[in-house]
Design a protein around this ligand. Structure first.
Ligand code: ASP
Length: 438
């Protein structure tokens, strides 16, 4: 039998009604055998996520302030879930143990990890699945870097002992000390991907509160179409430009094992969502999505005969590197070189970089322009297809958008367009219209 691995995020485990939906989803398909859960998230806007409460609890404990007033609402949320769903887990005993670990000076990571731990304890009992703790299965080195192969071995060996199981997301432990180590926020997505790889799953279903990725930002384009299929590489391009539905490290384990990731909506399980896979299925449209980011600074360096000066680009890059700044693009002309850098990277380093450019590169002129927006038009079918850039340029010209920069990687899966801040939204709408709704 195929194995499907499911991960449910904070909004999917936020209250009893959501957890009922999980049971329906899991029971609808016998292949759904391993389930990874987050800690309960917000039930309504203004509510607190359990993980945020636990982080506060840790701060309170660190400052030797009595923690009981914060512990009580946390316990209350789990108790409501257990009572309403008739789940038979002894929460008094669980919280007694947590309190005693806190009094024994446990680590802050341990406290924060209890959100996922308790969530998995309750949901495993509710589904009638085994509870498998990830503590000794997801392993990190002493610097907190995931030990991906050791983790895969430990997880596979354990899963082989369980027909069906629920596992907590977000944490594992340091291989040397056995103490809890956390992923960064949103890290249950990574746990799900690791479990999918270890279980040799046919698919990793990532259940959240949206029906997959959209072709453009709905705050800019009205009712953008969902992306049905996308390749891992396209996803990287879009996420890099700010369009993201998952933790960025969640892709790697599934990708290594060639397991497709299906983003699904717990509140609309009938929607097919977005499938992310190595190739991306062939569903016809030239572009897969458009994403954009504001606030880039473009530094342009002009120097006559620059093209004859061997090592010019290397020197320019070394200056930026020495300042600890990473750049996004370097479009070049015969006698000019520009660097497109996120303004947040530059902050107080711009003057120092400009000074070094002047001294070391001896340019004729340097020009700095702030507030440039970058738009990525991404699509694997652009490869070897004629005319995509022309259509992008045409659509922008028709809408009176001046293109400040245009860059197409030789991989031909994206075209990057730089525009002025005032044109950002207009440009995205024009490109969307040209390719999607024309
Ligand atoms: N509960 C953690 C967070 O809020 C991890 C997760 O949900 O993935 O970031």
């Amino acid at each position: 039998m195929n194995v499907k691995v499911l991960k449910f995020g904070g909004s999917s485990v936020a209250d009893p009604a959501q957890i009922r939906k999980i049971r329906e989803i899991v029971e609808a398909d016998p292949e759904r055998r391993y389930v990874v859960v987050s800690a309960p998230g917000k039930r309504y806007s203004g509510d607190s996520k359990i993980t945020d409460l636990l982080i506060m609890l840790k701060a309170v404990i660190d400052n030797n302030i009595p923690y009981e007033p914060l512990m009580a609402p946390i316990k209350e949320r789990y108790t409501t879930i257990a009572d309403e769903l008739g789940i038979d887990v002894d929460l008094d005993a669980e919280f007694k143990e947590i309190r005693s670990d806190i009094d024994d000076d446990c680590s802050g990571n341990y406290i924060v990890s209890r959100g996922e731990y308790l969530s998995a304890r309750l949901i495993s009992a509710y589904l009638g699945y085994d509870f498998v703790d990830t503590k000794d299965l997801i392993l990190f080195d002493s610097k907190g870097r995931l030990l991906i192969e050791e983790t895969n071995e430990a997880l596979s060996a354990e899963l082989a002992k369980h027909e069906r199981a629920v596992l907590p997301g977000f944490y594992g432990s340091y291989a040397k000390t056995g103490k809890i180590c956390l992923f960064s926020r949103g890290g249950s997505d990574v746990t799900g991907s690791l479990v999918a790889r270890a279980a040799n799953a046919s698919v990793y279903e990532n259940w959240t509160d949206v029906s997959g990725m959209l072709m453009a930002d709905p705050r800019i384009v009205d009712d953008p179409l969902p992306i049905k299929n996308i390749s891992y590489m396209e996803l990287r391009e879009l996420s890099y430009m700010g369009a993201s539905v998952m933790h960025e490290n969640a892709v790697f384990p599934a990708r290594m094992a060639d397991i497709p990731i299906n983003i699904r909506n717990t509140n609309k399980p009938e929607d097919p969502g977005t499938v992310i896979s190595n190739k991306g299925a062939d569903d016809g449209s030239i572009i897969s999505g458009i994403a954009g980011k504001r606030d880039f600074t473009v530094i342009s360096i002009y120097k006559t005969m620059m093209n004859n000066e061997v090592g010019f680009v290397r020197k320019a890059l070394a200056i930026v590197e020495d300042a600890g700044v990473s750049f996004d693009h370097i479009p070049t002309g015969i006698d000019s070189l520009s660097m497109v850098i996120a303004s947040s990277e530059l902050e107080d380093k711009l003057d120092e970089i400009l000074e070094s450019f002047k001294v070391q590169l001896k340019p004729d002129e340097i020009n700095v322009e702030e507030g440039i927006s970058m738009i990525a038009v991404v699509g694997r079918r652009m490869f070897r297809s004629v005319g995509t850039s022309a259509r992008i340029c045409g659509a922008l010209a028709e809408n009176g958008v001046n293109i400040r920069m245009l860059n197409q990687g030789t991989g031909e899966i994206n075209v990057i367009v730089g525009v002025e801040a005032a044109d950002f939204e207009k440009a995205i709408r024009a490109i969307y219209k040209e390719f999607v709704s024309a």
